[in-house]
Design a protein around this ligand. Structure first.
Ligand SMILES: *[C@@H]1O[C@H](CO)[C@@H](O)[C@H](O)[C@H]1NC(C)=O
Length: 358
């Protein structure tokens, strides 16, 4: 009896202490932003394509063989991709779930969510090539997410998360390599410079819409040294399978224009804090001086023959796939290994922390 009374008396305190420790547990004091939210293509897709009808998938072995539990997730990688490393560095979860994945709920998405779709681009026509999620649709999904988050947490809490979250955006390679340089339509309409400007116009509108929806912290990744992707090297038969300079120069040009856009929008959009992530330089350095970073192979990928395979062509039944992906800069013909992703992320993270953790 005595004990029960004592318990009754203490109960409000117990509940208070319990809820306090739960709050501390689930919103880690170390988190520098409340959430990381991702838009883009396969460079940042954590598995949305698993749920749509496209041939561009990677939710089977050997993809994911170095991920937690050796599990293929739909990431185009043997392990984690840059948003995962960035989320972890900001004190949040070490892997960002895909918005369409039914294994997760809005409770999971409250601290990070990915709307990206492998194979997509700024240009609507690019998403059509492999029947993936068009970029405008990623924005529609984001709007739906905002509604769900408000219904789940209430307007005040949800709006705080949406405004203070770090947003990552990474795409553009497919517009050139899966669309402009492959199909005649865009080439007949635009010179490559005009096409860059066309894409940047779409990018600008997208960011203006994000800003109107409350987004304030945004890191924009431009193009990688896309002439050095193993697939492009493999087709450069008259150039001894070296990097395709033309594509790298287009990427550099595009990135310079993107930087100008960032400066312009930072000054025009009230409260906006945008950066362009300088990923090209470190990526290029890894490719040109792989041994400096502990790699043995940069010209070919780990998966299969390392020249043209990705998605279903990179399968577990292929006997040529390398045994140690850490020796390779590229995992498949189009995508870096986890180790490359980590080195690139480690180069970007200090700048992101300095800019966005307050
Ligand atoms: C892309 O398609 C969407 C949906 O049909 C449309 O609203 C948008 O204007 C298109 N974008 C461009 C640049 O044509």
């Amino acid at each position: 009896m005595k004990n029960t009374a004592h318990y009754q008396m203490c109960r409000p305190w117990l509940i208070f202490i319990l809820s306090l420790s739960l709050t501390l547990l689930f919103t880690p004091a170390t988190a520098k932003v409340p959430a990381v939210i991702v838009f883009g293509d396969s460079s940042v897709d954590s598995g949305n394509n698993n749920l749509i009808s496209t041939l561009l998938k990677s939710n089977f072995e050997p993809y994911g063989r170095d991920f937690y539990g050796g599990r293929p997730t739909g990431r185009f990688c043997n392990g984690r991709i840059p948003p995962d490393f960035i989320s972890e560095a900001f004190g949040l979860k070490p892997a960002i779930p895909a918005y369409l994945d039914p294994a997760y709920t809005i409770a999971d998405f409250a601290t990070g969510v990915c709307f990206a779709s492998a194979g997509t681009g700024y240009d609507n026509a690019t998403a059509k090539v492999l029947n993936v999620i068009p970029f405008w649709k990623e924005l529609e999904y984001y709007k739906e997410y905002q509604q769900k988050l408000r219904a789940y947490l209430g307007n005040k809490k949800a709006n705080r998360i949406l405004t203070q979250a770090l947003y990552l955006m990474s795409l553009g390679t497919n517009d050139f390599l899966e669309n402009y340089y492959i199909f005649p339509t865009r080439k007949s309409q635009f010179s490559v410079r005009q096409y860059q400007d066309f894409l940047l116009g779409i990018c600008e509108n997208f960011i203006r819409e994000l800003h109107a929806l409350g987004v304030r912290k945004l890191s924009l990744t431009g193009l990688p040294p896309m002439g050095c992707l193993p697939l492009e090297r493999a087709t450069n038969i008259f150039g001894q399978n070296e990097c395709v300079d033309e594509y790298n120069n287009v990427a550099l040009d595009f990135n310079r224009k993107l930087e100008k856009l960032v400066i312009k929008l930072n000054s025009e959009l009230t409260g906006m804090r945008m950066v362009s992530a300088p990923a090209y330089d470190i990526f290029y350095k890894i490719i040109k001086k792989p041994s400096l970073f502990g790699f043995e192979v940069a010209g070919m990928a780990c998966c299969s023959t390392g020249t043209f395979e990705m998605s279903y062509l990179c399968s577990q039944y292929n006997p040529f796939t390398c045994s140690d992906a850490n020796k390779f800069v590229f995992w498949d013909a189009f995508h870096p290994t986890e180790k490359t992703n980590k080195i690139i992320s480690d180069r970007l993270i200090p700048g992101l922390l300095a800019k966005f953790s307050h």
